[in-house]
Design a protein around this ligand. Sequence first.
Ligand SMILES: *Cc1c(COP(=O)(O)O)cnc(C)c1O
Length: 394
Amino acid sequence: MIYADNAATTKMNTAAADAMRSCMEQAWGNPSSLYGLGQRAAEVLQDARERIAACIGASCKEITFTSGGSEADNQAIRSTALLGAQRGKRHIISTAFEHHAVMHTLKRLEGEGFEVELLPVGGLGTVTAGQVAAAIREDTALVTVMYANNEIGSILPIPEIGAACRERGVLFHTDAVQAAGHLPIDVRAQNIDLLSLSAHKFHGPKGAGALYARQGVPLTSLIEGGAQERGRRAGTENVPAIAGMAAALEEACAHMEENAARVSALRDRLIAGLSQIPHAALNGDPVNRLPGNVNFCFEGVEGESLLLLLDSWGICASSGSACTSGSLDPSHVLLAIGRPHEAAHGSLRLSLCGENTEADAEAILKAVPEAVNHLRDLSPLWRDKVSGKRNFIL
Ligand SMILES: *Cc1c(COP(=O)(O)O)cnc(C)c1O
């Protein structure tokens, strides 16, 4: 099997699995309990907090553990929206291609009386600091812009956007779920007030994430209950998963440069090869993109069919975002970069990691053109295009 869907989730690495097992066997107490066993769990938690903070240039008091990236996004946005509303500020700036965890939270806030402004992301899928600065108003409570896009891989100018926000005294949150462990993060140098990350996107366990909130930015708890996480997140902490997250992030950060170099070489090989397919188009920025991200639209092909055919040949890939499969709507990300509906339906995302090999790339470069040709041969729409009854769009 070739696994090329690392943007959806990653396989846990040995360091994370070992840390989890050791925690489950030796520090399985409740970290709120005062006896030794509980305190051993509390120490694991504190150690993980310090290590995760160190990986992103934060201090440990600024880290709140959550159940994952979605919860971190929800909490960051809800907390800052509430803070704004208390000061009469109800305007929120974001982009048209955020993850659903951000999009749907913003949608909900709109229903609660907030005004949400989604900046257009252009054909390459990015926004500039200038665009953000121009959109900021007296009543802007928050700017939330993702660090890197999960579908098309484009990397946004986070330090510049952060600086524009700071200059105008507006809080800045970034969903860094696709960036953490893959791109260098320094919350102070990059002017970030709040940042979300998720363990299972960097070879840690699912169901663990963290929200960084700069000291002085108060967080509202989404869950009522005990006083865990200093009152910012009720519920007994998932200590083994948090230990696994710390181990995975450290490992990812320690090998970030060499991994990025190897993975981006494979990525570029795939992009060059798949670009040879007629009526295909690369989605996203060809240069400024996540090391492992390859995303194409193939005209005359249904993304879902392509995905299933590749699966039957032992290749795991994705069409748009995993969260949207099962829905007939094309990806909002592909629509946001200007792909027409028809082209957006024929998209394929391959997302690589350090474990992928040259042989994987070779197999993909053989399989994808074959699959595309096969599906086109079966397509009445494609036949119409070839015979000139319909126009090509890509
Ligand atoms: C995966 C992902 C999330 C959600 O994280 P979970 O831990 O799965 O809840 C949020 N934002 C982005 C950009 C993602 O890729």
